[in-house]
Write a protein that binds this ligand. Sequence first.
Ligand SMILES: [Zn+2]
Length: 428
Amino acid sequence: MPKKKAQPNGFYFFMKEVKDEEEAKGIRHDMVSIQSIAGPRWQLLSPEDKSYYNQMAKDHKAIAKNDKEHKYTSLGTSIAQVDSQERERQEREQLMINTIHNDCSIELEALKRKPFYLCHVNYQYKVPNTDDVTFYAPCEIALIEFTLNDGITNELNMIVDAGPLPMGFRGECNEWAKDTHGIYHSSRDNKTKLNDMVFVYSSIVKFLKKETNSSGRSMLPPIYTMRDSLNHHYSLSAVESCMTFLCNASRSPRNLFRIFKLPNLFHKLMEIFDPTGAVGFTLAVLEGQIQQDKFGYAEGIACDYHTEIDRTQFCSLSMVKRWMFTITDFVCKRANVAMVAGKHLPSTADIDQWENVESKRSQKSAKEQKGWITEKFQELEIDDDEAGDEELNRAERMIPPRNTKAVRTPAPSVGVWTIAGRGRGNPM
Ligand SMILES: [Zn+2]
């Protein structure tokens, strides 16, 4: 049996204090000599003074009892370490919430002009690296800049080659490319990709317009993306990994880029522009709205590469634009911003038709509107008795009109960006 470690008593804490005092005077003692100095002084202490130090010893014992330092989870990580990771995660989450709150706490007109940045990264393969953090090898990086007033104001898309494939990863890499983005890692294709990571890094830094925070420090604006989700090919981890990779490649500080969750921004904007209605729009509901991807089949928003290989749905550039369309679709009308096709919505969207549907909706009673909110997130039932309602329902689901010829008329119906022959707009 290992020898039980002695618990420090009240005298120990008194002795430590004496040692600190002596050292402050410039006199150094070892534990034996300090004991001979502190001993007689301890004897002279009043019972109250002694009990003060004895209480310190009791507190220490209680803390030690709760000390999880030597307890381990089934994975061999100490519980204390897990706790500290969890605390760190919570602190980061809180910092994000506070930053979004502060960034959006400006005059409404200024908020409508404020640029926000969205990012999606497609990756080739993922592998745990030495720091026990997963490395995602980026192959496509897309960013857009948007404001509520002007919709998309700038875009950046890069197909990159992050270096040679590690041994044994070819199969996984090809499978993932086949199932998703269609960007293969082959030496022939790689010649056409960007492989200078310093250039890629500086392109992103140049793209993000620096802003000055409340304490006057100039910094890069946050980059918003979606949480990890295999079903939707979104990955916050991939964006974080990619940005760290680029920072390392260009020897820049790792915390230069701040990666935030897009639904939190969406939620904040709804809270600001629809303070009464936002109750039903919880963070989860709004995240679900982006995931529903109702602009999934919008045309003309993907990069050239993905347009050519006909994989537009998986294109990083197309994805970030679709996320923004969902946000502007919800927020702009509440912020009294007129939407422009090609800026706030896909260029093929008919704004007049869209707004017709919107005004029909606004004519509905508050009670019915509440119903619509619930309806919108569930499977809708078409009420054939009311043509207006059907039109509304169809718009919500992005279903092409039953008379497909109507799509080719000069004033196309709502939902025209659902490509004929590709089925319904909702890919879920
Ligand atoms: Zn693309």
